[in-house]
Write a protein that binds this ligand. Structure first.
Ligand code: GLU
Length: 479
């Protein structure tokens, strides 16, 4: 058996769309689960779309998500160059061969002539006008410096058929296809040509890409056949939808790897979630490391139907990854967000992180989750009302002076000590500890939901601040 070779062939557009990342991931998983090689090729023949730094972004996104490629522009390999704009001479050579084999021809048609081929519905199909030119005429016009393109010569009748490993037999009538341009007037190839030449010369055995190429693949097969080359195996991947009607698209601006990283999603969680967009392992596991995915990957787990990108599920998965971190790892990842919050410079950020660790799903939410902790301002006194603990404003008014007195007497302000002393005091004075802690927590935070209980919050803000807040709340209650 030939060694499996797959490739990821992105165009450098300036972002790593999650759909692209999924293609890269599946190509990586397929290669690795079959002991094969995964190759990166940069498809930059559309020079008008050149974006500064875009290629570097592809390299870094793949590395950050763990998708190390065996060959590529920056790592080398035996089949280079791996950047299409550096392969112009190769395409020119093969285009000539294809012309000699009758699979392509020169076309000199002007823009105006092409426009005149547009029908009343705005559709245009090239009419093979230049296919009729004699060899001599073609040579004469080229020698005279006339601009030209090279077009593929597609039969006008017949049906082309191939097997896609996901979608089964695909039949396309040649009449539906057009004599597309293979080499543009600037000498650059189009995708239609370059993908065939490169996949063949780079020894790609399995072509893995989006379904948008499902119906143009017959054109590529025609070239493989004309050259007498073996066709690769095709694996087209289902579309990713934003909702029932819209495709997930870079235009929405929220589908980029980088944006999710900035929002505070962990790279491992993103790549894990992306894996689930169209594939499920036999055992239906959801949380998987990359090497577990390699172990479990198989094509029969890929679905034909579009998958819907579900940020709620991504959040959940991210939360799982966050909870699995050690406190120290979490602190390090959370630090940039903690530093952006209002508590920065006020409290020990390590302690804040420890409180937040199990309560955060996306790191970017950290500031909003704790900004309120920086300062106590007037709050809704109804928060004191709690059925289970039988508390309300009146109970708070009565308990707070006692709590104040107890707290004043405590010097070791660790959570454990605060908890045991205050529970003891409550028991001595016949106060239910649930009521004491409820009232105290509301009084020092002014929040219904907090990332820790009363004593955890007090330990975090310290004795002086706790007493100050208790006084503030007593005044508020007596207003
Ligand atoms: N450059 C193409 C794209 O970005 C690659 C398609 C393929 O994998 O063949 O869509």
């Amino acid at each position: 058996m030939k060694k499996v070779r797959t490739r990821f062939a992105p165009s450098p557009t300036g972002f790593m769309h999650l759909g692209g990342l999924r293609t890269a991931l599946y190509a990586y998983l397929y290669a690795k689960s079959n002991g094969g090689d995964f190759i990166l090729r940069i498809e930059d023949t559309d020079q008008g779309r050149y974006v500064d730094g875009a290629v570097e972004l592809i390299y870094s996104s793949l590395r950050e998500s763990g998708l190390y490629y065996d060959e590529g522009p920056d790592v080398g390999g035996d089949y280079g160059p791996y950047v299409q704009s550096e392969r112009k001479a190769i395409y020119a050579e093969y285009a000539k061969k294809l012309i000699d084999l009758g699979g392509a021809y020169y076309c000199f048609c002007s823009k105006e002539r092409l426009e005149s081929l547009t029908d009343e519905n705005g559709n245009r199909k090239y009419d093979k006008h230049c296919l009729k030119l004699s060899k001599e005429e073609v040579e004469r016009r080229i020698a005279a410096g006339e601009p030209y393109v090279i077009r593929q010569n597609i039969p006008t009748e017949g049906t082309s058929s191939y097997e896609d490993l996901i979608y089964g037999t695909i039949n396309v009538d040649y009449a539906e296809l057009e004599d597309n341009i293979l080499i543009k007037s600037d000498g650059m190839p189009t995708y239609n040509f370059a993908n065939v030449i490169d996949d063949h010369l780079m020894g790609i055995t399995h072509v893995i890409r989006g379904t948008e190429y499902l119906s143009s693949t017959p054109k590529y097969n025609l070239m493989y056949d004309t050259f007498g080359w073996e066709r690769p195996v095709y694996i087209h991947l289902p579309t990713i939808m934003k909702d029932a009607t819209r495709k997930l698209s870079k235009r929405y601006g929220d589908a980029n790897f980088d944006d999710f990283v900035k929002k505070g999603y962990l790279k491992e969680a993103i790549i894990n979630y992306v894996a689930l967009l169209g594939w499920a392992p036999k055992d239906n596991s959801e949380k998987m490391t990359l090497s577990e995915m390699v172990e479990k990957f198989s094509l029969d787990g890929i679905s034909k139907s579009p998958s819907i990108f579900d940020e709620v599920k991504l959040r959940w998965l991210n939360g799982e990854y966050i909870r699995a971190l050690s406190d120290e790892e979490f602190y390090e990842l959370a630090l940039p967000y903690l530093e952006k919050s209002k508590v920065n410079g006020k409290y020990d950020l390590k302690k804040v992180a420890a409180l937040l660790h199990t309560r955060v799903e996306v790191l970017g939410e950290i500031p909003e989750k704790i900004d309120w902790l920086a300062e106590l301002t007037e709050y809704d006194l109804n928060l004191f009302a709690n059925k289970k603990n039988k508390t309300d404003e009146a109970v708070a008014r009565e308990l707070l002076p006692k709590i104040y007195e107890y707290v004043e007497g405590i010097d070791d302000f660790s959570n454990d000590n605060l908890y045991s002393v205050l529970s003891g005091k409550a028991a001595e004075s016949g106060i239910k500890s649930g009521a004491l802690f409820w009232v105290m927590r509301i009084a020092i935070t002014g929040q219904g939901v907090t990332p820790g209980g009363a004593t955890e919050m007090a330990a975090l803000i310290g004795k002086e601040e706790t007493l100050k807040r208790l006084r503030f709340s007593m005044e508020l209650l007596n207003k």
